[in-house]
Design a protein around this ligand. Structure first.
Ligand code: CA
Length: 223
C-alpha cells in the first residue's frame, strides 16, 4: 500500500515517513500544501496523512480540492489539540479520521490500518482468504496456521492483493502501489515476486488472469 504524508514540520515528517515505512508501506512525502495537493492529485495513494496547518495551501483547502476533483482515497488529518473547529472543518472537507497533536505514532499506525482495511471492506486487521491470513497489524503472513517468511516487497504485494481480494489487479496498478515515486519501475519484476509468493503460499491462491493481471481468491472458487 502506498501512502502520502503531507506535513511541514521536518522532524515530524521524517518520523511519520520512518514509522510508516517500518510498518511496510511505501511512502511519499510533501512539506507544503501545494506539493501535497499536486502529489495527491497525480499519484494513486491508498491513504494520506494530512496536516491541516501547512504553508502555501492549508490542509482543509487541499482536501476540498481533492474531493471536488473526485479523489476519494482515505485521508487522516492531523489537528492541533483542543481545536475542535479544525476537526469539524476537516471532516466537512472530506476527512475520514483525525489524530490530534501531539500523538503517539502507534495511534497513527492503528488509524491508517483501520482506514485501509475499512476501505477494503475488512472489519479487523486479520484478513483471511481461504487458508491464507494476512495480519496487517503484525505484518505477518500465515498459511494453514503456520507463519510464512516473506520479504518486505512480497508482503506489500500480498497485502495489496488481500486488500483487493476477489478483484483483478493489473501489473501497472501493482507497480503504482508498491513503489514510491522515485523508484525505477519495471512491471516485469512483479511477475518474479508473484512467482516467489506462489512458492511460499501455494500455487492456487494468486491467479493469473491473462492480459489483465492477478487476482487473489479462495482456492475452491471456480476460476
Ligand atoms: Ca503544520
Amino acid at each position: 500500500m502506498r501512502l502520502l504524508v503531507v506535513e511541514d514540520d521536518p522532524d515530524l515528517n521524517r518520523q511519520l515517513v520512518a514509522a510508516l515505512t517500518d510498518a511496510g508501506y511505501v511512502v511519499d512525502a510533501a512539506s507544503d500544501g501545494e506539493e501535497g495537493h499536486f502529489l495527491g492529485d497525480s499519484e494513486p495513494y491508498d491513504a494520506v496523512v494530512l496536516d491541516l496547518g501547512l504553508p502555501l495551501l492549508d490542509g482543509v483547502s487541499v482536501l476540498e480540492k481533492w474531493r471536488r476533483d473526485g479523489r476519494n482515497m482515505p485521508v487522516l488529518i492531523l489537528t492541533a489539540r483542543d481545536r475542535w473547529s479544525d476537526k469539524v472543518a476537516g471532516f466537512d472537507a472530506g476527512a475520514d479520521d483525525y489524530v490530534a497533536k501531539p500523538f503517539h505514532m502507534e495511534e497513527v499506525l492503528a488509524r491508517i490500518r483501520a482506514l485501509l482495511r475499512r476501505n477494503a471492506g475488512h472489519a479487523t486487521d486479520e484478513m483471511q482468504c481461504g487458508p491464507l491470513l494476512v495480519d496487517t497489524r503484525g505484518a505477518r503472513v500465515i498459511i494453514d496456521g503456520s507463519a510464512v517468511k516473506v520479504t518486505s516487497l512480497e508482503y506489500r504485494l500480498l497485502a495489496y492483493l488481500m486488500h483487493h481480494k476477489g478483484r483483478v489487479v493489473s501489473r501497472t496498478e501493482l507497480v503504482e502501489h508498491l513503489y514510491d515515486q522515485d523508484f525505477d519501475r519495471d512491471s516485469n519484476t512483479i511477475e518474479v515476486f508473484i512467482g516467489r509468493l506462489r512458492k511460499k503460499i501455494g500455487n492456487d491462491m494468486i491467479r493469473t488472469i491473462r492480459g489483465l493481471g492477478y487476482c487473489l481468491a479462495e482456492p475452491d472458487d471456480a476460476a
